[in-house]
Design a protein around this ligand. Structure first.
Ligand code: NAG
Ligand code: NAG
Ligand code: NAG
Ligand code: NAG
Ligand code: NAG
Length: 475
């Protein structure tokens, strides 16, 4: 978990004047708690100039985020609690339509976030690999024995006691090294499945992106072209949808399929029939930020694109049902929580939101904090989080290191008997694409990362990365 605190409803205060004393006491007390917290946060005792400066930087950043939410939030407002904590509030009287039957509550209208954690997490994604690879399994401690087993449904054992059995299950979906690189694309469109897409004609705009990422069984055809476009590059699917991959990929031999959770031995028969690459997603589970495949698509996009535009996420106020552009409404989940979180992400410079209520607005992002400002805030958040004695370089979050000699050829995904079906597609171009042929920004990134690929371990921590160095000959 990213320690992004949601949802945490804050009780509306109904205080009467005699309580003023109490309030003062409470204010003093929370000031006191705040001091304790901030000294804990800075690693204890270091309340010197440096951290005060960082607190200032973050306070300034919070103000920019607040202004951005005021401009773009369609009624949402941001309330600064301290240099890291921000509460997003929906206007009073907002209808909370989603009922949590388990806890017998409606969705709250307020959400509290740790912006420092959020900025550290999402900036980290810009340098990350989010596809499962062979080198990752090789380097991660117990990668083959324990972790690989977790990615195969119905293995019949809790661990890979028989490694070749596990390889047989996985190697259809297992590239040797990262097939996609940070900053590989300049612009990416992430297209959700919301019925809102039918209210706009974003098709051409979506297709003008360098890469388009879609979701589950979303149809792409002439019928919906003006609303959702026709370009197909990536598709993130849950296991249930993956059962259908032949039909889903029909008509597009290049669309890369990325399965969110587990592969299943039965999938391999299907994979052998299609020319497309099929991979497994390797990222984290943001349980509380926002739900659904949409969030995973944002993670995937951020790991390879500079600019991430999202379409078809239900993020406008006032809807009452969860619709899809190609089918009947289905049961929805947490619309307000999602909306608040996506708005925060826009104002942290992570995504840009496109929706019916924003379609008339001219494409002006000047009120979103700039890359420079985000970079400065990121550094401040990092210094506050880590003890200053720590190395704060770009590899300070690496927990496990591995070396791979880039001149040793690793097998590409698939199996030898697939060469015929894949002969006429470019399925393995990604895996054998030399770094030299990437766009300049990606090459520069590769150089400044010294040829190191970063992967998340299990998820929730910021500093448990698996880092794999591709020795200097390739840099
Ligand atoms: C909230 O929902 C109720 C019942 O569905 C409706 O009568 C009311 O007009 C809604 N209020 C707003 C502000 O949308
Ligand atoms: C990402 O990589 C760039 C280029 O190497 C580096 O400057 C930056 O500090 C890295 N950011 C994070 C959060 O690791
Ligand atoms: C996949 O694994 C099986 C079993 O270990 C092996 O025979 C086959 O050569 C592997 N294929 C690739 C492409 O690695
Ligand atoms: C391990 O799995 C392979 C591939 O399924 C199989 O051929 C072999 O007999 C298994 N080995 C053992 C010891 O079970
Ligand atoms: C693929 O699409 C074509 C038309 O675009 C259709 O005739 C065919 O039945 C489809 N195949 C599958 C497996 O869905």
């Amino acid at each position: 978990m990213t320690r992004i605190k949601t949802p945490s409803p804050i009780n509306a205060s109904s205080r009467r004047p005699p309580l003023v004393h109490l309030l003062c006491a409470a204010t003093l007390f929370s000031g006191f708690v705040f001091l304790i917290q901030s000294s804990l946060f800075t690693g204890g005792g270091r309340v010197g100039n440096v951290s005060r400066e960082d607190v200032e930087i973050l306070n300034g950043f919070q103000s920019s985020v607040q202004q951005c939410v005021a401009n773009r939030g369609l009624g949402l407002t941001a309330h600064i609690v301290d240099h890291c904590t921000l509460v997003m509030k929906f206007p009073e009287g907002t209808n909370s339509t989603w009922y949590n039957a388990q806890f017998k509550i409606y969705e709250p209208l307020e959400y509290s976030y740790d912006v420092c954690e959020a900025i550290l997490l999402w900036e980290q994604y810009r340098n990350m690999t989010t596809v499962l690879t062979r080198e990752y399994l090789d380097v991660r401690p117990d990668g083959w024995l324990e972790y690989a087993a977790k990615r195969i449904a119905q293995l019949g054992a809790d661990k890979c006691y028989n490694r070749s059995l596990c390889e047989e299950n996985l190697n259809m979906t297992l590239p040797g090294r990262a097939p996609f690189h940070p900053r590989q694309f300049r612009t990416c469109a992430v297209v959700g499945n919301s019925g809102d897409l039918l209210k706009t004609e974003f098709g051409e705009e979506i297709d003008s992106h360098d890469a388009v990422i879609r979701d589950n069984e979303a149809p792409v055809n002439d019928k919906y072209a003006k609303h959702v476009g026709l370009k197909r590059d990536f598709r993130l699917v849950v296991r249930g949808a993956a059962q259908n991959m032949v039909a889903i990929l029909n008509g597009s031999s290049d669309e890369v399929l990325i399965i969110k959770s587990l592969t299943h031995r039965d999938f391999n028969t299907m994979i052998k029939q299609i020319p497309n690459p099929v991979y497994l997603f390797q990222g984290i589970v943001l349980r509380r930020g926002a739900k659904g495949t949409g969030m995973k698509s944002v993670e995937l996009a951020l790991s390879m694109c500079d600019i991430v535009d999202i379409y078809g996420f239900t993020v406008d106020p006032g809807y009452t049902e969860w619709t899809r552009y190609f089918s009947e409404p289905k049961k929805g989940h947490n619309p307000l929580q999602g909306r608040a979180y996506y708005q925060l992400l826009e104002c942290l410079g992570v995504i840009r939101i496109h929706s019916p209520m924003r379609s008339q607005r001219k494409q002006d992002w000047s009120d979103v904090p700039s890359r420079e400002m985000i970079h400065t805030a990121h550094s401040a958040a990092l210094r506050l989080k880590k003890d200053q004695a720590d190395d704060l370089g770009q590899f300070s979050s690496c927990k496990v290191w591995g070396n791979v000699d880039p001149s040793t050829p690793l097998p590409v995904s698939g199996s030898p008997d697939m060469s015929k079906i894949r002969k006429n597609s470019n399925y393995n171009k990604w895996e054998i694409l030399p770094v030299e042929s990437l766009r300049k920004e990606a090459r520069d990134q590769y150089k400044s990362m010294e040829g190191v690929s970063l992967y998340k371990m299990d998820g929730n921590k910021l500093d448990d990365l698996v880092c794999i160095r591709h020795s200097e000959s390739s840099v």
